[in-house]
Design a protein around this ligand. Structure first.
Ligand code: SF4
Length: 703
C-alpha cells in the first residue's frame, strides 16, 4: 500500500473498473501510484470497493507491453501458446513507425483486395469517450461500413434494445443514488455486492432505513440478508415471473391509471396479453409460490416511489430483450418513472460501457444512438466528417463478426482493449476464428489471450496514464486525468488510433482528447452544456444538462418520453425457453458471471497483487448436497462439459446456488468459462446466452 506519510502529488481521476464510476485520488510518490483514496464524486461520495482501493498495481506489472511487437516470420502456429513474459519465439520488437506501417499496410491491403468489409473492429469500454469515438470513426471512415462493436454486445445490448424501443433512450432513467428517495426497489439478475460494490452500499442503506428491497435471482446473494422478499426463481423463467407479477397488478387494478393514460401507448393489447399469466399457473414454472408473487406485486404497485435495477442475469439470455421489456412495462404500469425515487436502471458493467455506446461504438448507430439508416443522420456526419459517406446498412455485432471471420468473409481485424479470445461465447470457436485472420492488429496494455493471435501488437496506456472523459451507469460524464507516465514506449490509445488512421490515408489532425471531445459535441445533443472546461473544474456533469449552471438531470422523463407523442410503449413478452435445456447427457444448468475481486477476463486484476492474492485460483460454486452426490469434497476437482467443450476446475461448496445449478466465474483462463457457454443470440439485442447452458458435472479423474 506504499508509504502513507507523504506523497509528491495527488491526481483526481476515476476508477478504471466498474460502471459505478467512483471518483478517486491517486497518491503519487516517485512517479508511482503509492495508494488510492476515494474522492467526493457524485456516484460514490468518497467510497471505494476493494478493486478501486487496492487494484492499481497492475500498471507496474512486469508483463506490461512497453514496445510494439511484430509477429516473427518463423513464429510457431497462432494459438494460446505465447508466454507473456517471454514472447520472443513468436514476436520481435519494432519501432513505432515500422509497427504502425505494418499494421496499417496489412489492413489497407485487405481493403484494396477484398473491399472494406474484409476488415472489422472491436473497440473498448475501458478506453475514454474520445478514444471510443475515434475508433468507430476510423472503421466507418476508413473502411466504409459499420462493422464495429464492443463488449456492450456481451452485457446490456438487450437492455438497450428494449429501452430504445419502449422508452426512446438507451440509458438509465434515474441514477442509482435515487434509491434514497424510493420506498421500494426491485433488484433482479444483479449481484451488486460483488459487481457494483459501492452502489450496493447505497442499496443496503436504503434497506436499513426501512425501504422495501425485493431481490429476484436464481442464485442467493449477499443482498438477500437485507431483502423483504428473496425470490430465488428457476434460471431462464424471468418472463413468466414478471408477467405473473404484472398479471396481479392488472387483475387487482393496482396500476396507475392516470399515468398509463397520460404517458404510455399499447396498454390494452398488453392487458389482454397479461391475462394468460396468472401466478397460480406460473408458480410451478418459475419455482415461486403464487402468494409470494401476489405480495411482491402489491408491494411494488402500492409504493409511492419504486425503482427497478437489473444486471446481466436479465440481459444475457436469448430472451434478454423480452426480460427488459417486462421490467419496463412493470415500471410504466405503476407510474414508477420520471419522479424522484423512481426509475429504470440497468447497472452497466465496465467503467465506460455507457460512454463508449454513447460515442457510437456500436454497429447500428452513430454517436448518440442516431441510426445509420436515417438519411438525415448520414448527412449530418457527411458534413462533420468532411464528405465521408456513411454506410446505410447496420453493421455486424461481436458474435456475428466472429462468425464472419470463421467463414473467411472478414480477413482483418483491429482490436483495441478487448479480449474476445476469453470473452466470446463458445470461445474455442472464437479462437479458431482469430487464428484464421490474415491480419490482426491488437492494441492493449498486456499480451492478452487475443494478442497471442496478433500480427502486430501496439502497446497502449493504462487508465491512470492518460487523460480523457468516461461516462458511468448514472449518465455522469467524468474527467479522468493522467497521473503517471506509461512504461517504456507505450502510448495513449487516442494517439495510436490517429497514427493508424493517418497511415490508412485519413486526413486526421487531432492534437489531444480535448479536440476530439469538441468534435463529439458537434453531433451529440447529450453533451449540450457539457464542456471540457466544466469537466476539468467540476469533475462530473450528468447528461442531459439544461444549462451551463445545471449539474445535470439525475431523473429524466417526468414530462414525457423521447418517442412519438412523448409516450412510452408496452411491449408484451412471451415465455421463450432457453436455447438448450437440461437432458440426460447434460442434466444441470451452468450460469457464468463475475466475482468481487476480479474484473472481466482478468487481464488487469489477476496482475493486481492484492486482488490476485485474495482470489488466486479458478473455482466453480456447487451446492454441498450436489457435491456429496458427486462424491467430491470441497476443493476437489470437477469436470464440467457442455455441447461446446469441457473444463476442469476446483469445487467450492456454496448454498447460494440451487442443487441443479453451478456457477462458474469467467475471469480465469485456466478454466475458461466461455469454452462452455452457448453462442445462441437474442434476436433483438444480439447478446449471447451466457446465463444458461445445459451442463454435465462429474468428478474429474485423478491425474
Ligand atoms: Fe471501482 Fe466499481 Fe469499486 Fe467503485 S464500485 S471502486 S467504480 S470497481
Amino acid at each position: 500500500q506504499g508509504d502513507r506519510r507523504e506523497v509528491d502529488r495527488e491526481v483526481r481521476s476515476v476508477c478504471p473498473y466498474c460502471g459505478v464510476g467512483c471518483q478517486l485520488t491517486y497518491k503519487i510518490k516517485d512517479d508511482r501510484i503509492a495508494w488510492v483514496e476515494g474522492a467526493p464524486g457524485p456516484a460514490n461520495e468518497n467510497r471505494l470497493c476493494v478493486k478501486g482501493r487496492f487494484g492499481f498495481d497492475y500498471v507496474a506489472h512486469p508483463h506490461r507491453l512497453t514496445k510494439p511487437l511484430i509477429r516473427r516470420e518463423d513464429a510457431p502456429e497462432k494459438g494460446l501458446n505465447v508466454d507473456p513474459a517471454n514472447p520472443w519465439t513468436h514476436f520481435r520488437e519494432a519501432e513505432w513507425d515500422e509497427a504502425l506501417e505494418v499494421a496499417a499496410r496489412g489492413l489497407a491491403d485487405l481493403r484494396s483486395y477484398y473491399g472494406g468489409r474484409a476488415v472489422a473492429g472491436f473497440g473498448s469500454a475501458k478506453c475514454s469517450n474520445e478514444e471510443a469515438y475515434l475508433f468507430q470513426k476510423l472503421i466507418r471512415q476508413g473502411f466504409g461500413h459499420n462493422n464495429v462493436d464492443h463488449c456492450t454486445r456481451l452485457c446490456h445490448a438487450s437492455s438497450v434494445a428494449a429501452l430504445m424501443e419502449n422508452v426512446g433512450s438507451g440509458a438509465v432513467t434515474a441514477s442509482f443514488n435515487e434509491i434514497e428517495n424510493a420506498d421500494v426497489a426491485i433488484m433482479i439478475g444483479a449481484n451488486p455486492v460483488e459487481n457494483h460494490p459501492v452502489a450496493a452500499t447505497y442499496f443496503k442503506q436504503f434497506a436499513k432505513r426501512g425501504g422495501r428491497l425485493i431481490v429476484m435471482d436464481p442464485r442467493g446473494q449477499a443482498l438477500k440478508r437485507h431483502a423483504d422478499h428473496m425470490l430465488q426463481f428457476r434460471p431462464g423463467t424471468d418472463v413468466a415471473l414478471l408477467n405473473a407479477i404484472m398479471h396481479v397488478i392488472v387483475e387487482e387494478k393496482l396500476y396507475d391509471r392516470q399515468y398509463v393514460q397520460g404517458f404510455t401507448e399499447g396498454f390494452f393489447e398488453f392487458r389482454d396479453h397479461i391475462r394468460a399469466f396468472p401466478p397460480e399457473r406460473m408458480a410451478a414454472l418459475c419455482g415461486i409460490d403464487a402468494d409470494t408473487i401476489r405480495q411482491v406485486a402489491r408491494d411494488f404497485a402500492r409504493a409511492r416511489a419504486g425503482m427497478i435495477f437489473w444486471g446481466m442475469g436479465v440481459s444475457q439470455h436469448i430472451h434478454g430483450t423480452d426480460n427488459a421489456r417486462c421490467l419496463i412495462s412493470l415500471a410504466l404500469l405503476c407510474g414508477h418513472v420520471g419522479r424522484p425515487g423512481t426509475g429504470l436502471h440497468p447497472l452497466r458493467g465496465q467503467n465506460n460501457v455507457q460512454g463508449a455506446s454513447d460515442a457510437g461504438l456500436i454497429p447500428q448507430v452513430m454517436p448518440d444512438y442516431q441510426s445509420v439508416e436515417d438519411p438525415a443522420v448520414r448527412d449530418l456526419f457527411r458534413h462533420i466528417w468532411q464528405g465521408t459517406r456513411i454506410d446505410p446498412k447496420p453493421g455486424l455485432t461481436v458474435v456475428e463478426i466472429m462468425d464472419a471471420i470463421y467463414r473467411g468473409e472478414i480477413r482483418g481485424m483491429y482490436v483495441m482493449g478487448e479480449n474476445p479470445a476469453m470473452s466470446d461465447p463458445d470461445v474455442d470457436h472464437a479462437r479458431t476464428a482469430l487464428s484464421r485472420l490474415d491480419h490482426l492488429v491488437v492494441q492493449d496494455i498486456f499480451l492478452t489471450e487475443t494478442a497471442m493471435f496478433a500480427d502486430v501488437i501496439l502497446p497502449a496506456s493504462a487508465w491512470p496514464e492518460k487523460t480523457g472523459t468516461v461516462t458511468n451507469t448514472n449518465r455522469q460524464v467524468q474527467m479522468g486525468r493522467k497521473a503517471i507516465d506509461a512504461p517504456g514506449e507505450a502510448r495513449e490509445d487516442w494517439r495510436i488510433i490517429v497514427g493508424l488512421a493517418q497511415r490508412l490515408g485519413l486526413d486526421w489532425d487531432y492534437d489531444g482528447p480535448r479536440s476530439v471531445f469538441d468534435e463529439m459535441k458537434m453531433s451529440m445533443r447529450s453533451l449540450h452544456h457539457i464542456t471540457w472546461n466544466r469537466l476539468e473544474s467540476e469533475n462530473a456533469v450528468t447528461y442531459p444538462c439544461l444549462s451551463m449552471e445545471d449539474p445535470g438531470q439525475s431523473v429524466v422523463f417526468g414530462d414525457g418520453f423521447p418517442r412519438r407523442a412523448g409516450r412510452a410503449k408496452f411491449t408484451p413478452a412471451r415465455v421463450t425457453p432457453p436455447a438448450e435445456t437440461p437432458d440426460e447427457r447434460f442434466p444441470m444448468i451452468l450460469i457464468t458471471g463475475r466475482v468481487l475481486e476480479h474484473w472481466h477476463t482478468g487481464s488487469m486484476t489477476r496482475r493486481a497483487s492484492v486482488l490476485d492474492s485474495m482470489e488466486p485460483e479458478a473455482f466453480v460454486q456447487v451446492h454441498p448436497r450436489t457435491l456429496r452426490r458427486l462424491g467430491v469434497a470441497p476443493g476437489g476437482m470437477l469436470k464440467l462439459t457442455t455441447r461446446r467443450g469441457s473444463v476442469t476446475v476446483a469445487a467450492r461448496a456454496d448454498r447460494a446456488v440451487a442443487e441443479d445449478t453451478v456457477f462458474l466465474p469467467f475471469a480465469f483462463v485456466e478454466s475458461a468459462a466461455n469454452v462452455l457457454t452457448n453462442p445462441q443470440l437474442d434476436p433483438f439485442g444480439k447478446i449471447p446466452e451466457f446465463k444458461y447452458a445445459a451442463v454435465r458435472v462429474e468428478a474429474a479423474e485423478a491425474g
